[in-house]
Design a protein around this ligand. Structure first.
Ligand SMILES: Nc1ncnc2c1ncn2[C@@H]1O[C@H](COP(=O)(O)OP(=O)(O)OP(=O)(O)O)[C@@H](O)[C@H]1O
Length: 311
């Protein structure tokens, strides 16, 4: 059982060479030297940060320099946090409840890896990015979320138990969508897909990523040969479609779990339907202009015999 945040940090420094925010330069250098792998010719090579942290599913980095970094070990997928001594992490703040929150990891080490936090009916609340969780409820913890155990009091700087969450279980992806794109907020949902705003890691340019689940598209979990052939055909057609009123397909990723990720041109400004419902199409001339653009795009897609539902 880990007794306190300090004990955990000390243990990590001693046994695993993990660095605290307040570790001095000499100690840091020494820790990097001791964390080396032996190559065949006897030379040692420093471990990458990812290798050094391969025993962790996440870590909590304090915003308050008086606090220690909290490392979340893979061997302990359920971690309790609170003021009482029997918690995995003991935080002594006046606004921290005896049992304040728990953090749960689903044990996965690929991009589907998920970490969640539960507020354990704390008196002063658990906050994610400044928003208080309802007592006893859960949230998914995402990379970069700020977690606060109890609200920060303005008159006592030490009573600041805010931490930045790092999700380490999945490592950095080497292939697939997540190797090339960082996903941003959800843009919307359709019958088959959830669409996210996404940024190319190489160019910094924004796109829309349509994540299509096989089960939503075909009603089955496994991809049949015929549905795969149809999909490949549709993708081939979409790649060829070039029209100012059709979002250009930039990239396609087909995952092992039959999920399909389409990276397409981002169109900002919202849905046409919302536009109409909000009364922003006011004149016949507006309606004519929109209808013309729709028909023009459909005419081009018809030339390729494309499936309009996928467009
Ligand atoms: N290229 C894009 N740029 C910006 N937002 C998009 C883009 N594509 C889709 N969206 C948003 O995502 C939502 C879902 O899109 P999707 O294409 O999956 O479904 P749909 O065409 O709206 O509905 P259905 O699947 O029922 O035909 C859209 O309503 C829109 O808000």
């Amino acid at each position: 059982m880990m007794d306190s945040a300090n004990d955990v940090a000390n243990m990590l420094n001693g046994q695993n060479g993990h660095q605290n925010a307040d570790m001095n330069v000499d100690e840091t250098q020494q820790s990097e030297e001791t964390q080396a792998t032996q190559t065949a010719d006897g030379n040692s090579q420093p471990l990458s940060q990812e290798e050094k942290e391969s025993h962790l599913f996440g870590s909590l980095h304090p915003c308050n320099p008086a606090q220690q970094r909290l490392d979340l070990w893979r061997t302990r997928p359920r971690i309790t946090i609170g003021r009482r001594g029997d918690n995995d992490f003991v935080l002594h703040g006046g606004k921290v409840s005896n049992l304040h929150a728990e953090i749960l990891w689903d044990g996965k080490t690929d991009v589907s890896s998920c970490v969640k936090i539960k507020d354990m009916n704390s008196t002063n609340g658990t906050f994610i990015n400044g928003h208080r969780l309802e007592r006893g409820t859960y949230r998914i913890l995402r990379q970069g979320n700020e977690i606060s155990f109890g609200s920060r009091s303005s008159d006592n700087a030490n009573d600041d138990y805010r931490y930045m969450f790092y999700h380490l279980a999945a490592g950095s992806p080497k292939t697939g969508l997540y190797a090339h794109y960082d996903l941003g907020p959800e843009l919307g949902r359709g019958s088959f897909a959830i669409v996210y705003k996404a940024m190319s890691k190489t160019t910094g340019q924004w796109y829309a990523v349509k994540i299509i689940q096989e089960s939503r598209r075909t009603g089955r979990d496994d991809a049949s040969n015929s549905s795969n052939v149809n999909l490949q055909r549709e993708i081939a057609i979409m790649r060829q479609l070039k029209h100012p009123n059709i979002c250009e397909l930039k990239d396609v990723f087909i995952c092992d779990n039959n999920e399909i990720n389409l990276v397409i041109e981002l169109v900002e400004g919202g849905d046409l339907l919302d536009h109409i419902l909000q009364g922003r199409v006011t004149s016949e001339a507006d309606a004519r202009h929109i209808t013309y653009q729709l028909c023009d795009a459909l005419a081009v897609s018809d030339l390729y015999d494309a499936d309009h539902r996928l467009l």
